[in-house]
Design a protein around this ligand. Structure first.
Ligand SMILES: NC(=O)c1ccc[n+]([C@@H]2O[C@H](COP(=O)([O-])OP(=O)(O)OC[C@H]3O[C@@H](n4cnc5c(N)ncnc54)[C@H](OP(=O)(O)O)[C@@H]3O)[C@@H](O)[C@H]2O)c1
Length: 337
């Protein structure tokens, strides 16, 4: 299958190339796309160099699927052009996520909603993906009433320039392009994406709205505080969940241990719990610190960590492509427009 990766020179794009190779996705031809300034540069896939092309050349090459990670503006402008040419777009940006005509998909949760009519498919926000993978099986069993989440998010979530800012600051170099409004090294910023009129950030409202859409349940109440910290391995989340029904902690652990894509790491006596350093480079969502909220009934606390570039972006997008292929929702040879 011909696959285009739009944003192939970026952090998420690079990870998509790795994940496609690692999971042995049947790529017959890779078509890397980036901005005009990168056309002619090379990226590596399965040990071979591939030349970055323009989006016009990519459409002309007629890939079956284009996985986008090139920012919201690029997606808004280019995804419809790919879709009109019969190419299925899996988009990592926030451009289409809340569009009621587009599916917002985490394969473990709601891939069964996909149909052959879905030509632009949205990949959710990274912090939302890792949370819903762990919440869904618990919602199915106990019905979630309310979620209170605080995040501790990696600078890789802001892209290459943010990683450069962190390491430049760490090396004592203050003469670096600033992605954040304040220093990030030795700091914590309660500010991800832009502030909205209600006092929340856009990232916080993404967690509220995307959770309801992916879980297909508007009754779930969510409130979020999203925070950037100077780490690179992945995003961490302290999550408080109030259920309709009473639960046994041992059942929660059992359910999560048997959930596809989840690994329970919960052995405090041996200092075992999820961390960005250990989640880095992995595709799974790690859950630990599973305990009762002793301040009110039917309420649970847990700690969720995943590599935002993998399950939070690249892996989830490639899993969507795998689902399309497995369920004959994409033609191995592209549709002629
Ligand atoms: N980082 C994460 O954890 C994460 C998670 C989920 C979703 N996302 C989303 O994924 C997207 C990319 O994030 P990133 O972290 O990979 O950013 P990044 O490292 O800054 O990379 C951005 C990529 O987009 C390309 N690009 C920019 N303008 C373009 C245009 N007009 N046409 C084609 N390509 C263009 C860039 O190409 P050049 O190299 O030529 O500039 C580069 O390949 C964003 O929408 C982000 O919200 C990121």
């Amino acid at each position: 299958m011909k696959i285009a990766v739009v944003g192939a020179t970026g952090l998420v794009g690079g990870e998509i190339l790795k994940v496609l190779a690692e999971r042995n996705f049947p790529v017959s031809e890779l078509i890397p796309v980036a901005s005009e300034r990168s056309v002619g540069k090379q990226v590596e896939f399965k040990g071979k160099p591939y030349t970055v092309v323009s989006f016009e050349d990519a459409i002309a090459a007629k890939p079956a699927i284009a996985i986008f990670s090139a920012g919201g503006g690029t997606s808004l402008a280019l995804a419809p052009k790919f879709a009109e040419a019969g190419i299925i777009v899996v988009d990592n940006s926030s451009a289409w996520r809340m569009d009621p005509t587009k599916k917002l998909v985490v394969p473990e949760v709601n891939a069964d909603t996909l149909t052959p009519e879905d030509k632009i498919i949205a990949n959710p926000n990274c912090s939302t993906i890792q949370m819903v993978v762990a919440l869904k099986p618990l919602h199915d069993r106990y019905k979630i009433k309310r979620v209170v989440v605080s995040t501790y998010q990696s600078v890789t979530g802001t892209g290459k320039a943010a990683v450069d800012q962190l390491f430049a600051e760490r090396a004592g170099n203050t003469d670096v392009a600033k992605v954040y409004p304040h220093p990030i090294d030795l700091n914590v910023l309660p500010h991800i994406d832009v502030f909205l009129d209600n006092g929340y950030t856009k990232e916080e409202m993404k967690m509220v709205n995307e959770t309801k859409k992916i879980m297909g349940d508007d009754s779930i109440q969510v409130t979020a505080t999203t925070v950037r910290i100077p780490t690179i391995g992945g995003h961490s989340e302290a999550v408080n969940i109030e259920f309709e029904s009473e639960f046994e902690l041992s059942d929660i652990v059992n359910i999560l241990s048997n959930t596809e894509g989840v690994i329970v790491q919960d052995d405090p006596a041996n200092k075992i719990y999820p961390m960005p350093l250990t989640a880095h480079g992995k595709d799974e969502v790690f859950v630990g610190r599973i305990r009762r909220d002793e301040s009110q009934p039917k309420t649970l606390n847990m700690w969720i960590v995943a590599d935002n570039l993998r399950k939070g972006a690249a892996t989830n997008a490639v899993q969507i492509a795998e689902y399309l292929l497995k369920h004959n929702l994409v033609e191995a040879e592209p549709v002629t427009a």
